[in-house]
Ligand binder design. Sequence first.
Ligand SMILES: Cc1ncc(C[n+]2csc(CCOP(=O)(O)OP(=O)(O)O)c2C)c(N)n1
Ligand code: SF4
Length: 285
Amino acid sequence: MKKPNDFNTTHEPTWCPGCGNFGLWGAFKQALAELDIPRHKIFGSYGIGCSSNGANFTKINVFHGLHGRPLPVAEGVKMANHDLTVIALGGDGDGFGEGGNHFMHACRANHDIAYFVHDNQIYGLTTGQTSPTSAKGIKSKSNPLGAIDRPVNPIALALSLGATFVARGFTGDIPHLAKLMKAAIKHKGFGFVDILQPCFTFNKHNTHQYFRERVYKLAGNDTSDFDKAQKLAREWDREDKIPLGIFFQNESEPVFHEQLPQLTKETLIKKKLPVNLKPDFQSYI
Ligand SMILES: Cc1ncc(C[n+]2csc(CCOP(=O)(O)OP(=O)(O)O)c2C)c(N)n1
Ligand code: SF4
């Protein structure tokens, strides 16, 4: 079996000392090691942000694409070769701001991929602007008088969009986060984990300490109970308590690629093309 450090590349992480991305990365590598999937069968689709710089440090097949676009790339790869384990990763700005449209359709389409959002409630890479999950009133470079909009609630949003696996993790509890990541990857369908990941440098509100004082682990909740999950999703807004764990899971919904008759027998990449494209492509070589 592999060890977490087998997933290190030769590049050292460039994150700030104390960044929650270290914990997230550690949990991700632990989850991959424990799942024991051959490395060449894992594909990571990253957006753009501090979070997505993980593409440079993680030894799996990766695509470091465009801001807000890790999901469509992941979906395309899964449809081209559904034998791969496909995981999309990116920040809260990436996933709920510029990529919000893709999040909506990934949830409702039930692509068989996992999606891990490094949710630090700020735009980190661009040095500290308000993000879609920044709390109302939080001062940042882009809102020096305090954020005006109410924040997106990723758990409630995913549930309302029909996501079939909805969970929240915290980078301050690596073993628990690794467990959630493993469950999301193994889930048959869209496995979404919103991950509380303090940005030590730019978010002075949602600090490691802030989360420590509020998080608790869900235990014994009925993850098939959609109404209960919706109520739990609102707990942070209403009571300032932050549940961690799996809110909801439903594996009875068909996944996207299995509903494509063209893909029932084999993956797209194994199919013979009905036309010879070589002459057309020749001119580009
Ligand atoms: C298409 C496009 N739009 C905007 C940007 C500028 N940009 C780069 S990173 C970023 C936000 C990063 O915040 P987040 O996605 O939350 O990730 P973090 O850096 O906090 O991990 C933005 C707006 C870009 N590179 N490309
Ligand atoms: S700016 Fe924030 S999110 Fe980015 S590496 Fe530094 S601490 Fe981490």
